[in-house]
Design a protein around this ligand. Structure first.
Ligand code: ADP
Ligand code: ZN
Length: 437
């Protein structure tokens, strides 16, 4: 391992667009053939009269059928396996944020490649075997635990599998073990910082922290900046999903100009969620991923429901793997209030602009006297006794939110620590509206 190189896998990371295209065509053909082992796909290929000869470029993926989360549920648990179960060594089940769990199988080769993917990302942001990596995310079925664990070990760092929660213990580990890098969900890190403050711990002076990998949930650029300022670290956006392996699918490089999605492992499409036609670069649409190297459960044109856009296909870092914008949210995170479409991240972006506000917030939707309303509760960074100040701050936040979402929410400033914090992905929206049939 060349510890000085900015690349862990230069032969893949620095491919030209042309080479990426060639490799993807080859791997898409292999994936097509491999998928014939899955009755679900074999049947579809037959119905659509498809053969491997139809695949001569990565764009030919558009000839292939889509796969949805519902397909995974309908074939639960092992219906989409492309290899016999005895070849599989692990399964992960998605956390079921949006419904029934689904199962993803892995062979030993899948796990090896997944570890390589995660290691590549961690290397890309400057981590080296001399770093100490604390993984403060849930373990078990959630892929953020074992995914980062194996990836960090693959890179050769000393790993601290701290898991989620227990902030006092997290802080002690950071201090005692000289932790330099942490992986966690962003909503948890802002809470951790508050605990550090309560304990009189200054992360800049009392720890060696320098790099964070933050992901698994949507977060705004403002939230990232906040985390960087709080801890004095660089925080890199990490995108993953169980269906594609877990973390490691997309990651920001040191330029922090979008997520590089690894095109030696996936074909990335952005489609209009209604027409399913590709949208031009720069336009927001649904992310659709085709896995190119998965052995146990390859997925073709998987509709992620995540909304994003292409930012570019080159980068000053020397990697030409497509750069995607941070996720706006999932199509099912979208709130429709009085006919207006709103994403939680839009609210977050505004709240984070007020230094008087802390990072934890909760959006509640209710029906009052037949009107749908939105209440935004947000914690204050400091206690505020001055009623006039509180009132004018509430007004200013309400106005800023109205400018963004075009509706006037009810804003409630609450004291620090009074809103719930989840150990895993943050729950930002509670919908208590009456549903009229
Ligand atoms: P579940 O689908 O049950 O939440 P996963 O852990 O597989 O289980 O979650 C994958 C999803 O998490 C993605 O589809 C996306 O919605 C979200 N996600 C993961 N990483 C990020 C990120 N960096 N930014 C925004 N959303 C993310
Ligand atoms: Zn880059």
């Amino acid at each position: 391992m060349d510890v000085k190189s900015p690349y862990l896998h230069p032969e893949y990371e620095t491919l030209s667009r042309e080479e990426i295209s060639k490799l993807q065509t080859e791997r898409l053909r292999e994936t097509f053939e491999h998928c014939k082992n899955v009755p679900f796909y074999a049947q579809k290929f037959k119905e659509m009269n498809l053969s491997v000869e139809d695949i001569n470029s990565p764009e030919d993926v558009r000839k292939l059928p889509f796969t949805t989360k519902q397909d995974l549920r309908d074939t639960y648990p092992f219906g989409l396996a492309a290899v016999p179960l005895e070849k599989c060594v692990r399964l992960h089940s998605s956390s079921g944020t949006t419904g029934n769990p689904t199962v993803i199988l892995h062979t030993q080769r899948d796990l090896d490649e997944w570890a390589n993917q995660v290691a590549r990302n961690l290397w890309m942001v400057g981590l080296r075997p001399s770093d100490v990596f604390q993984n403060s995310s849930g373990y078990g079925m959630f892929t953020g635990g074992l995914g980062f664990q194996y990836g960090a070990e693959r890179l050769g760092m000393l790993t601290v599998p701290a898991a989620a929660g227990n902030s006092l213990r997290q802080i002690k580990f950071m201090k005692d073990f000289g932790t330099t890098a942490v992986h966690a969900v962003p909503s948890y890190l802002t809470r951790l910082y508050e605990v550090m403050q309560e304990q009189g711990v200054d992360p800049r002076k009392d720890t060696k922290l320098r790099v964070f990998a933050i992901g698994a949930e949507p977060h705004s650029e403002e939230q990232r900046k906040r985390i960087e300022d709080m801890f004095g670290v660089k925080a890199y956006n990490s995108f993953g999903m169980s269906e594609m392996c877990g973390p490691g699918v997309g990651f920001e490089c040191q330029e922090q100009n979008g997520l590089h999605f690894w095109e030696d492992y996936y074909i990335v499409e952005i489609v209009d969620p209604d027409t399913l036609e590709p949208v031009p670069d720069g336009e927001i649409g649904e992310l659709v991923l085709t896995s190119l190297r998965r052995e146990a459960m390859p997925l073709i044109r998987y509709r992620t429901r995540d909304l994003t856009r292409v930012l570019g296909r080159t980068c000053p870092c020397g990697r030409n793997h497509v750069r995607l914008d941070r996720m706006k949210g999932r199509s099912d995170d979208m709130m429709v209030l009085r006919g207006v479409n709103i994403f939680p991240i839009q609210i977050e972006k505004i709240l984070m602009q007020f230094s008087e506000l802390a990072s934890n917030y909760l959006i509640t939707l209710t029906t009052d006297n037949d009107n749908d309303n939105m209440t935004v509760e947000v914690e204050l960074a400091e206690m505020m006794d001055d009623y006039a100040r509180l009132q004018s701050l509430t007004k200013a936040v309400t106005r800023a939110l109205k400018d963004e979402i075009l509706l006037t929410p009810i804003v409630k400033l609450v004291s620090k620590g009074s809103l719930p914090v989840s150990e895993g992905k943050a729950v930002r929206v509670v919908d208590k509206r009456k549903v009229y049939q």
